[in-house]
Design a protein around this ligand. Structure first.
Ligand SMILES: Nc1ncnc2c1ncn2[C@@H]1O[C@H](COP(=O)(O)OP(=O)(O)OP(=O)(O)O)[C@@H](O)[C@H]1O
Ligand SMILES: [Mg+2]
Length: 462
């Protein structure tokens, strides 16, 4: 095949893939510039193809140009996040890998493959901005986000009290804390209690769920970003700086990419951070509380959690027992939740019948305390003027049962139609209670059209 045909083939091929591709020859002339790259950089392909890229992208200095580095320094740069302005001044954020192509010891071309993450970047900027706004009121001690302390931790169970005792002792220190507990066992409650009982209580408490963000973002959120040489990129403090003097809760730390886990470990050992794209060392003073909802040993075994990071963080190791292992606390928890939701809904439910309590004690609670609270909340919100809730008014959530693979269907008791009818009614009731009777929001949660839900509510006479 002739060289010209080859180039045509590569050009056509490059237009068939989703990634943005830019290839320059040894002289820096653009020989491939595909549709994907043109749409990412908002430039017509004709304006780039066949021209020296230094001319077209004259606003990017050589020191910041990954293509330049690959070509002139024979250096591969993998997964680098870049923010820059295109020819028309539009800010673009891309994740790119750039590699030199070497033949007989000479660099004959450089290939850059990029993914447009402008949207993701602006999402992360918004998150950081919103966080800043939520920290501000905390400083003025008004309008705080939910703030928990040890007296909110209800429970008399012996093992549970030992755990609370350990957490109280931890609050008096500055040591990192590692909390393991299934979902809904109160990890956030423990973390906040530790923060607000210690000497950092007047400083920020910030939380970040490591599973909630794409990995390319998490690093910038935690450590911040720096303009560096890029035009258009912003200087922004990350959570480590924003939480200065306070506590940073890293939820589901095992969801953090492995590489970032080692970076975090280094930060914790050296007590300073470097913003993404920056080169200043910024000293930090942040207490870390990390949580997981699977046993840490299992996570280490699976390769989801770095062993060295786990050891560094688990100076205080808190294991919260699941509710099914402290069923003796149910009456006390119920009492508290009744009081709380009576107040909220203006009801006067004083207690549960023996049958109702027994029903609650027979459940296994995959959703733990959050699930128990939802059951009580829903029953209270639906109560009329009665002071005692009976067995029928306590509805164990089907959604939770389903997860535990026990649908609780007994064909000798009812037909399938009756059972499904009852399930549907229960789910609707719970959804309506959870959303304080707001049809639109309940419909959204259930994935139904508003009208459909309204129709169903009429059908069930709810
Ligand atoms: N010991 C407790 N006493 C009273 N309420 C509790 C207790 N533990 C948890 N709760 C309540 O249960 C709910 C869930 O608690 P929390 O958000 O702390 O759980 P979590 O372990 O962080 O769950 P997830 O893993 O899903 O994030 C909250 O509404 C909290 O108020
Ligand atoms: Mg939580």
């Amino acid at each position: 095949m002739k060289a010209k045909e080859y180039q045509r083939l590569l050009q056509d091929l490059s237009n068939l893939v989703d990634e943005a591709i830019h290839v320059v020859d040894a002289k820096g002339k653009s020989i491939i510039y595909n549709e994907g790259m043109a749409s990412l950089e908002k430039i017509n392909r004709e304006e780039v193809l066949g021209k020296p890229f230094r001319e077209v992208f004259s606003n990017i200095p050589d020191s910041e140009s990954t293509l330049h580095q690959a070509l002139r320094e024979n250096k591969a740069i993998i997964n680098k996040q870049q923010t820059y302005l295109n020819k028309y001044g539009k800010e673009i954020t891309a994740l790119s890998s750039t590699v030199p192509v070497e033949v007989d010891g000479e660099v004959i071309a450089a290939i850059e493959i990029s993914k447009d993450i402008t949207e993701i970047k602006s999402m992360s900027d918004t998150i950081l901005k919103l966080r800043k706004e939520t920290i501000a009121p905390q400083k003025t001690k008004k309008l705080e986000i939910k703030r928990y302390s040890f007296h909110n931790l209800i429970g008399e169970n012996r093992r549970f009290k030992e755990v609370v005792d350990l957490a109280q002792r931890a609050a008096r220190t500055n040591a990192s804390v590692f909390i393991y507990g299934e979902t809904g066992t109160g990890k956030e409650l423990f973390a906040q209690s530790i923060h607000f009982a210690g000497e950092r209580q007047d400083k920020p408490f910030l939380a970040q769920n490591c599973a909630a963000l794409p990995e390319s973002l998490l690093e910038g959120i935690l450590f911040g970003t720096e303009k560096g040489g890029f035009t258009g990129a912003v200087d922004r403090a990350g959570l480590f700086e924003q939480a200065s003097g306070g506590t940073l809760l890293l939820d589901e730390i095992s969801a953090m990419p492995y590489e970032l886990q080692s970076k975090l470990l280094r930060v914790l050992q050296e007590d300073y951070i470097r913003r993404v794209g920056g080169n200043r060392d910024i000293p930090i003073d942040v207490r870390i509380i990390a949580t997981v909802n699977e046993p840490p040993e299992v996570l280490v075994e699976k390769g989801a959690l770095r062993k060295d990071l786990y050891y560094r963080l688990s100076i205080v190791n808190i294991v919260i027992p699941p509710l099914r292992e402290r069923l003796d606390d149910i009456p006390l928890l119920v009492e508290n939740f009744l009081e709380k939701h009576n107040r909220k809904y203006g009801k006067e439910v004083w207690m549960l019948s023996d049958g109702a309590l027994k029903k609650l004690k027979n459940h296994t609670y995959p959703g733990n305390i959050r699930e128990l609270e939802n059951i009580i909340m829903s029953a209270v919100s639906l109560a009329d003027k009665e002071h005692v809730l009976t067995e029928n008014q306590i509805r164990v959530q089907e959604a939770y049962r389903e997860k535990s693979q026990d649908l609780g269907y007994d064909p000798s008791e009812e037909s399938l139609d009756e059972y499904l009818h009852r399930c549907e009614e229960q789910i609707l009731r719970t959804a309506m209670a959870e959303h304080d009777g707001n049809v639109s929001r309940a419909a959204k949660q259930l994935g139904l059209k508003r009208q459909t839900l309204q129709h169903k509510l009429r059908k069930f006479d709810l």
